[in-house]
Design a protein around this ligand. Structure first.
Ligand SMILES: [Cu+2]
Length: 532
């Protein structure tokens, strides 16, 4: 028994002894070795027979231009057919406009436009919406303290000054985020600016046709095809993994494409699963170009063959299907990787409804088949946008430790408490943060509300991250550009710069938290106050 195994079993025995955790001391690779096919199993390519759900101009994920157009958004319980048309309990944001109704509308807005919406809580428990990635006053941000009771309304009104890009919105109710987001309360918020329009024109990209938002999620269903969320104590601590992969809520999805460029705006909308995204022609990974991250377009396209995407993060990519023959098939996959969960001191492999699909299994997300013939422009612009580095000349340094103590994940020894401000910053100052993840830990996707940051470097990264470095600073492609969520692996130190400039009235209290939603709900979150 090696040291790590010993830690596992020791910690498990301790956990069982204290009644906090139940389970055995298996390692994740033991579980994966037992992988067996099941209905909708994403490992089997032949299962991919469902047309990908494409956002239209109404209905589920309908695209709604909300520039200067107030609306009412109601969060409510509904049913939604996901598996083979079987109705499943689901939570939806609903709105209507000009005779059209929308469920989980994809909001589209021009940079500088005014957004106004009243959230109506039609659930039987508190909720609130967080506009993930938007630079808006704290009162508009969906702080968990602002959760509203059932039947109540919350007014939102703000100007969207963010760069063009792929943002999103989702529930942020205190201790209920994981359950409600998993249940369905999430969609895209797309901001358009001149850089975006220029790219769309250059490659003749159209939202809903050749420019496709793809929300990637893993979920579990019962035998009746109903969505199930019943995390056990281990999953509450490690994060909840599903075994059926949904892209735009389609299990085993395929998309018919033509020999041209496609823009895929990938959003990891999963509670806890990390994806290692690659486009595979058989066993051959095809290069694709990363053009944007959380906060919009990069300075130029970066050609890669794979990239990690953690919960909350976005990766905007161009895929060139002109390299494929008619009838040829390519899979967007998540490649196998070391989840590093078992570095954690309490060391339980994440169980998974029988342990069918762990991170060391390679599986498919979306099948692309070339059936169309229409070609498109071939010249990807060499310049996409301008990225101004944050001036860190006078920056204040801040150390942020991520670790577990007394069976809880903590940020600088803190868990979330109202009225306590472990991160207290000053408006119009620049800070440089070192996010240190403990060696005995698991990967934590850390999300900052209200402000975007720039990743400066990665140190002590695990080999699977070092191998993907695109700069001497150890950064990987998903670190480039403006970020609101960054994945910090066990033992790693991620250095970032953040500029707290804002012109909002008074002190602003946001949160900084882990976007593994089970971690968030277990209070791996702190108030982040920016004093006026
Ligand atoms: Cu975490």
């Amino acid at each position: 028994m090696d040291r790590r195994m010993f830690l596992h079993c020791g910690a498990s025995a301790l956990a069982v002894g204290t009644g906090l955790l139940l389970g055995s001391c298996r390692r994740s690779n033991t579980i994966d070795a037992a992988f067996a096919p099941y209905p909708h199993d994403p490992v089997r390519a032949e299962n991919f027979t469902n047309p990908l759900f494409i956002p239209g101009s109404e209905g589920p994920f309908g695209v709604l231009d909300v520039t200067d157009m107030p609306l009412t958004l109601s969060a409510s319980a509904a049913t939604f057919p996901i598996l083979a048309g079987k109705a499943s309990p689901f939570l939806l944001y609903e709105t209507s406009y000009a005779g059209r109704t929308f469920q989980n509308p994809i909001f589209k807005i021009k940079r500088g436009g005014r957004f106004a919406a009243t959230l109506h809580n039609g659930l039987n428990e508190p909720t609130i919406i967080h506009w993930h990635g938007l630079h808006i006053p704290a009162k508009m941000d969906g702080h968990p303290n602002d959760s509203i009771e059932a039947g109540k309304n919350y007014p939102y009104a703000f100007t969207v000054n963010n760069r063009g890009g792929t943002y999103w919105y989702h529930t942020h109710a205190e201790h209920l985020t994981a359950k409600q987001a998993y249940g369905g309360l999430a969609s895209f918020f797309i901001v358009e600016d001149d850089d975006d329009l220029r790219l769309s024109r250059a490659l003749d990209l159209k939202l809903g046709e050749t420019d496709l938002p793809l929300v990637i999620q893993d979920k579990r269903f019962n035998a009746a095809g109903e969505l199930v969320y019943q995390p056990d104590p281990v999953e509450k601590m490690m994060g909840h993994l599903g075994d059926i992969m949904l892209v735009n809520l389609t299990p085993n999805a395929f998309l018919e494409i033509g020999p041209r460029f496609y823009r895929f705006r990938c959003l990891n909308g999963s509670n806890a699963r990390i994806y290692r995204l690659a486009f595979m022609r058989g066993k051959q990974p095809l290069a694709y170009q990363v053009i944007g991250t959380d906060g919009g377009l990069l300075d130029r396209p970066y050609s890669v063959k794979e990239a990690f995407l953690a919960p909350g993060e976005r990766l905007d990519v161009l895929f060139d299907a002109s390299q494929l023959r008619q009838g040829e098939t390519v899979f967007l996959k998540s490649l196998a990787f070391d989840s590093m969960d078992d570095e954690s001191a309490m060391g339980m492999a994440r169980s998974n409804g029988g342990g069918r699909l762990g991170d060391s299994v390679e599986f498919n997300l979306l099948k692309l088949v070339v059936t169309k013939t229409a070609q498109g422009p071939r010249d990807v612009p060499t310049r996409l946008s301008e990225l101004k580095p944050i001036d860190i000349g006078n920056a204040t340094e801040r150390q942020v430790r991520l670790e577990m103590a007394h069976m809880r994940w903590r940020i600088n020894d803190e868990t979330f408490r109202r009225g306590v401000f472990p991160i207290d910053a000053q408006r119009n100052t620049v800070e440089v943060w070192d996010l240190h993840n403990a060696k005995q830990s698991m990967p934590h996707p850390m999300h900052m509300h209200g402000f975007h940051f720039q990743v400066l470097s990665r140190k002590n990264s695990p080999a699977q991250i070092r191998a993907l470095g695109v700069h001497g600073s150890g950064r990987v492609v998903s670190d480039l550009g403006w970020k609101d969520t960054v994945l910090v692996w066990p033992g790693e130190t991620v250095r970032l710069a953040v500029d707290f400039s804002n012109d909002f009235d008074g002190d602003q209290t946001y949160v900084f938290h882990c976007h593994n939603l089970e971690h968030e709900d277990a209070d791996m979150m702190v108030n982040m106050r920016v004093r006026a």
